[in-house]
Design a protein around this ligand. Structure first.
Ligand code: SAM
Ligand code: SF4
Length: 329
């Protein structure tokens, strides 16, 4: 058995959500009061997560990303990274974080095998950052990025969700970040995942806006190949820059045919696609590798050819109405 689906896609990448809790309340991800949280007892233990990866690694799983919610709010995340990095076949462990707690935790994360970090940062202006995250402090995130640069956890990826009339005035500042440091800025299209249709229709901006802006500013963008973990990002480099610019445009442009991602939610649901509702509860099978393998096979067979984010009305039967914090971003 391997991790191939009905469309010939061989999956080698798993995004593991370790919590649905978060210390921020980003406006595109959740409401002011947060989301309805899972019961603590429903959340997979670190041993269960490790056991799941141990079954997938011999089937071709190579790369892991720890996410959430905010993964750094869950105690002992460094121990999980330590256990995962010892599994034979696992070559790369990365983390997606809002960066608020990153600086002081970097040493122990890196000592335990963390190889790469993606930091979500949608504004470089303190007040706008606060408005977008509702409670965050830009200073903490910048300190985290700085520590990561100093300690050599590079290249660092910065995820920017582009929103019309909110942070699209900062395209130039984000492009400039890539000039002098090994920082990969990845612009992400705002996805209609959380059922907040009105905000999405008002704020969604296709990423062509960034390319047009870069050209208008006189930046020459050259296509870039071979950035680790860039499966779904189209990557460019400003002539002479140390870092690169990525475009993740799930809404305006399908990258489903090259998708090799699988997901495990914090409460033990195996999800072949971020968008579609299909998921399989694997928790009960964790003690039985053969049953688990057959559930994984079943999950892979449920993977659709492509999502319908760009054509489906949100809130309909098939479209997804949970936030990224609930699914695992
Ligand atoms: N809390 C961590 C963080 O913010 O990096 C990890 C989880 S968060 C759900 C993962 C990523 O999903 C972040 O980069 C965030 O910007 C992105 N995200 C959340 N909701 C989104 C949406 N509706 N459209 C596009 N990206 C979204
Ligand atoms: Fe929290 Fe990340 Fe969602 Fe922001 S995007 S609210 S940091 S889970």
């Amino acid at each position: 058995m391997n991790l191939e689906d009905n469309y010939g896609r061989k999956h080698d990448y798993l995004r593991i959500s370790i919590t649905d809790r978060c210390n921020l309340r980003c406006i595109y991800c959740m409401g002011e009061d947060g989301i309805k949280l899972l019961d603590h007892n429903d959340i997979l233990t670190y041993e269960e997560i490790t056991g799941f990866v141990e079954v997938l690694a011999p089937l071709g799983l190579r790369r892991l990303r720890i996410t959430g919610g905010e993964p750094l709010v869950r105690k002992g995340v460094e121990n999980l990274i330590g256990s995962l990095s010892k599994i034979s076949g696992i070559e790369d462990i990365a983390l997606t974080t809002n960066g608020e707690l990153l600086g002081p935790m970097l040493d122990k994360l890196m000592d335990n095998g963390l190889k790469r970090v993606n930091i979500s940062l949608d504004s470089l202006k303190p007040e706008l950052y606060k408005r977008i995250t509702r409670v965050g402090s830009l200073e903490n995130v910048l300190k985290g990025i700085n520590s990561a640069l100093i300690k050599g956890l590079t290249p660092i990826k910065i995820n920017v969700v582009l929103m019309a009339g909110i942070n699209d005035g900062e395209i130039y500042d984000f492009l400039k970040l890539t000039l002098d440091d090994p920082i990969h800025v990845r612009f992400i299209e705002y996805m209609p995942l959380d059922g907040h249709d009105q905000m999405w229709s008002k704020r969604y901006l296709p990423l062509n806006a960034v390319k047009e802006k870069a050209a208008a500013l006189g930046f020459r963008l050259n296509p870039e190949e071979g950035i680790v973990g860039n499966g779904t990002a189209e990557t460019w480099r400003i002539h002479g820059a140390q870092g690169t610019i990525g475009f993740i445009n799930p809404v305006s442009c399908h990258f489903c045919s090259s998708c090799t991602r699988l997901r495990l939610t914090a409460d033990g649901k195996f999800k072949p696609c971020l968008y579609w509702q299909e998921e399989i509860n694997i928790r009960g099978a964790l003690k039985n590798p053969l049953t688990l393998q057959s559930l994984i096979k079943q999950g892979l067979s449920l993977k659709h050819e492509k999502h319908q984010m760009n054509t489906q009305t949100q809130g309909s039967e098939q479209g997804y109405v949970r936030s990224m914090a609930q699914i695992g971003g």
